[in-house]
Design a protein around this ligand. Structure first.
Ligand SMILES: [Zn+2]
Ligand SMILES: [Zn+2]
Length: 131
């Protein structure tokens, strides 16, 4: 491949924006690749910035998913602990065993957040949205 701007000069690479062949004299080396000097430099800069931004966004969103999962797992454990404790405590009371029923909403909460934690982790493992 020859340089697009200089005939009979071998290209060292191609511009990231317009894909033309570039020789050593024409190529501007940017962070994310080569660009036509004075022509495509802003364009390639924008392309690279967009790519980096989307990569950063993906990292942030998967981090959010991970922390949401931790939150749901924490809620599950707290619900199980509190619900179990209230039920055991209520059953030990001689006359007010109905108080044990107060533990049921906590167990339901832990059940729901356990399911959510499972769903969140399944979604982040497969990367495609759950149907
Ligand atoms: Zn170019
Ligand atoms: Zn050239």
């Amino acid at each position: 491949m020859d340089c697009f701007y200089h005939e009979h000069t071998a290209a060292v690479g191609s511009c990231r924006a317009c894909l033309r062949g570039l020789c050593r004299r024409c190529a501007a080396e940017l962070d994310g690749g080569l660009a036509c000097t004075g022509r495509c430099e802003p364009m390639v800069g924008a392309i690279v910035a967009t790519l980096q931004q989307s990569a950063r966004y993906q990292a942030v969103s998967s981090g959010l998913l991970g922390s949401a999962r931790g939150l749901w797992i924490g809620l599950t454990l707290v619900g199980l602990f509190v619900g179990g404790f209230v039920i055991l405590w209520g059953l030990q009371l001689p006359y007010y065993r109905e108080l044990a029923l107060l533990g049921v909403p906590f167990l339901a909460l832990s059940f729901i957040s356990g399911r959510l934690a499972y769903r969140v982790s399944a979604r982040s493992a497969r990367t495609e949205p759950a149907s």
